[in-house]
Design a protein around this ligand. Sequence first.
Ligand SMILES: [Zn+2]
Ligand SMILES: [Zn+2]
Length: 283
Amino acid sequence: MKEYSLKHCLRILTMHLLAIAGVVVYGWSWTAIVFALLAFYIRHFAVGGFYHRYFSHRSFKTSRTFQFVMAFWGTTSGHKGPLSWATSHRLHHKYAEKPGDPHSPKVLGFWKAYIGWLLQEDSLPTDMTLMKDFSSYPEIIWINKYHFLGPITYLGFTALVGFCIETYFPSLQTTQMQIIVWGFLVSTLMNAHIAMIINTFCHIFGTRRYETRDESYNIWWLMPFSLGENWHNNHHAYPKLAASGLKWWELDPIYWGIQFLAKVGLVWDVYDRSYTDRESTSV
Ligand SMILES: [Zn+2]
Ligand SMILES: [Zn+2]
């Protein structure tokens, strides 16, 4: 049984306190809120489309260069590195609702599955025996190790954008500190909580189209926040599929993004619906 880590607890607590204090002290503006939402969606797309559908499930193929871009883009979300994220996620599919599943509410209870597992020592470890398919890419192993460069770079970016907006576009009525508070702190926490909500809610309640051996559910109202990751029962039925929304009304913007990347030639061999009848694999 892993011990809780004081360092992780303090880091997550500090992020929340700084976000609350920042909003109280520096206030809000429409520009800062729009920036925060854009930053949230762009980075959530990297978690859902890249960390999840590419690094965990290999739902499409890409070049070595764009693979690194996807990895770095994902690190800006503060969800650690692509290989550690995918290690936990592959374990989640392998042991779903059984001991070994890192965030099963059925096994761990709600709060431990929501956030407690991330507060333990060595949370999100990288297991290269599970990630052999990336062992020949030293640059991915490097960014996985130095994942903190992503959030630091992104923080610098928000500071720069905030400075430029405050200095050169005063009509947008915001300040550098508002852009940092909303664009970095608030949007990063939103991204973290949406991932935690998907991990837990979608294994507790909702609707089930497929009788999978786990307790995964689709929750339609989470779509505007999770961009398609909410069709979680569909996903557990067909984990390798690039799309999670399988009916026309199951909107799946992350899949649309992957299709767009395929259209412009950055990714290819997208594992699509034509494969669903053929196999259902865990990776
Ligand atoms: Zn799941
Ligand atoms: Zn998955």
